[in-house]
Design a binder for this molecule. Structure first.
Ligand code: GDP
Length: 526
């Protein structure tokens, strides 16, 4: 098969949703429908093991599990689908944001009873900023939920894009009759599903078919009225608008009942885009270029803390990856020759022989690879767009035993590079500051410092609650600002200066006094 063909048949996406909307269930059903598993239950079991001990101490053990489950690759209709998992816990949302930089499309899943929930909104902002195409799945129609028309306008409001229903529910909860496929003009009748696939779905052709009206009565009457309304009011589906992130196709269903899942899987194959080109500072990189390039979008500590092994997740951006190939780490100029690269095939962690643009490969290493690193066959490239978000929680960190200061620095540098936490070095000296977007990050870091680096760290409250990375067109302006505010300036792991403050009022004052300085809530790698 040619390189261009391999690229064209790839789809790389992530599911974004609020916890409990049904992401685990849908993931499992997608695997089931794609034939990657026979019986649903395995993903759920994995999640159960993840949640059974919500005790964060267990995170240690589970990291191994989540490495394997972070990427799933399935083949369906001659298409290679890479599904990237986004950590559900909101304290790890930074990680999630970065995963979204590695996908070409997103599947937004909402619980029909709850509509678009806060956590989904933040994730959507990342997709919107990148114009990532979004397919919407409204789940749990087998329950008493909100009116579909309301949901539709809420989706439009939050996404800031037109929602174009491809299917429409007939009834809900106890009277849920199924969904009407608007495009194909036929109804799929609901039947409570099992863990296995059944191949004898009942389909009734034609919206005018009297059988539908007879069997589904009032529910169908309402659905028909709504479909008429939508057809009159909603814009027609426009593939270009979808790919540009201006329209989202909407599907209704019930993941747990296997209902509506097939449509979503087909939509991914038929509508979601293959890997596109990527911006590097030097030039535009096309996916079907013969030479390999890839970017590290996630670093995860491996199972064995004693070895400080990490797995760098690399999204292939162009060319073909082959096991044993020599790769250059553009940041350092070092060469690596990964032999034991892992791929993620339908939940099994396997040795990988080759990969193409859109695929994700895992490279075990001892720290040569960092977030945002670019790997090539020799060319120097720097991809843009890996976001770091300004932390909202701060703690100062000190080591109980001063003789272990060096270990503390080493540990924090490595954890910072991994993206587990942000580490700031105040220019005025004193204790290092840790910045996080979620409280749990501090606990995990304290625990890992202890088990992996033998450091008992003392976390202390900090007076800061806000950080903004600072830049200025003229270095003199930046220096002036930094000198005047030295007590509030700190450097992060890549030596980018940040302004640390306790309130947004302080930020406003600074902005007024120093109009030539820019304050950024988001730092892009590179
Ligand atoms: P996640 O936290 O987003 O991964 O959500 P899960 O997949 O674990 O689902 C959360 C809960 O919703 C579980 O109890 C599921 O059984 C349930 N659930 C998922 N899909 C459906 C559905 O279509 N209908 C109903 N009634 N419950 C569902």
């Amino acid at each position: 098969m040619t390189l261009a063909h391999e690229v064209a048949r790839r789809r790389t996406f992530a599911i974004i949703s609020h916890p409990d909307a049904g992401k685990t269930t849908l993931t499992e059903k997608l695997l089931l429908f794609a034939g990657a598993i026979q019986i649903a239950g395995s993903v759920k079991a994995r999640k159960a093991s993840r949640h059974a001990s919500s005790d964060w101490m267990e995170i240690e053990k589970q990291r191994g599990i989540s490495v394997a489950s972070s990427v799933m690759q399935i083949e369906y209709r001659d298409t290679v689908i890479n599904l990237l998992d986004t950590p559900g816990h909101q304290d790890f949302s930074e990680d999630t944001y970065r995963v979204l930089t590695a996908v070409d499309a997103a599947l937004m899943m909402i619980d029909a009873a709850n509509g678009v929930e806060p956590q989904t909104i933040r994730l959507l902002q990342v997709c919107r900023a990148r114009n990532t195409p979004i397919i919407t799945f409204v789940n749990k129609m087998d329950r008493e939920v909100r009116e579909p028309l309301d949901l539709l306008s809420e989706i439009e409001g939050h996404l800031g894009m037109d929602a174009v229903p491809f299917s429409w529910p007939v009834g809900m909860g106890k009277s849920f009759g199924g969904v009407f496929d608007i495009r194909r003009d036929r109804m799929r009748v609901f039947r409570a599903g099992e863990d296995r696939l059944s191949h004898d779905d009942e389909i009734i052709e034609g919206i005018g078919n009297p059988e539908i009206a007879r069997r589904f009565g009032a529910a169908f009457g309402q659905a028909r009225g709504e479909i008429d309304l939508i057809e009159a009011a909603a814009p027609p589906f426009d593939a270009a608008a979808f790919l540009a992130g201006r329209q989202t196709p909407v599907f209704f269903g019930s993941a747990i009942n296997n209902f509506g899942v097939q449509e979503v899987l087909d939509a991914l194959v038929d509508m979601a885009p293959p890997p596109g080109s990527r911006h590097a500072l030097q030039r535009e990189v096309l996916p079907e270029e013969p030479r390999f390039s890839g970017v590290v979008f996630k670093v995860q500590a491996n199972m064995d803390p004693a070895h400080r092994d990490r797995v760098a997740f690399v999204r292939v951006c162009s060319g073909r990856f082959e096991r044993g190939m020599r790769l250059k780490v553009c940041r350092t100029g070092k060469e690596i020759r990964p032999n034991n690269v892992v791929s993620f095939l339908s939940q099994r962690r396997e040795l990988l022989d080759e990969a193409y643009a859109g695929d994700v490969i895992g490279i075990p290493n001892h720290g040569v690879l960092q977030l945002g690193d670019v790997l090539t066959e020799g060319e120097v490239l720097q991809f843009t767009g890996l976001p770091f978000f300004a932390p909202e929680l701060f703690q100062a960190v000190e080591v109980a035993d001063p003789l272990r200061t060096k270990q503390l620095r080493t540990g924090l540098t490595q954890l910072g590079e991994e993206g587990a936490i942000q580490v700031f070095r105040p220019v005025a000296g004193g204790a290092l500051l840790l910045g996080a977007v979620g409280q749990l990050q501090f606990e995990v870091v304290a625990h890992r410092l202890k088990t992996e680096y033998g450091v008992a760290a003392r976390m202390m409250p900090s007076r800061y609650s806000m950080a903004r990375w600072i830049t200025a067109d003229d270095p003199k302006d930046l220096k002036k600002f930094m000198d005047a505010n030295a007590q509030h300036i700190a450097y992060d792991v890549v030596d980018a200066p940040a302004f640390l403050i306790g309130s947004s009022a302080q930020l406003r004052v600074a902005q007024e006094l120093y109009p030539n300085v820019q304050f950024h809530a988001l730092r892009e790698h590179g």
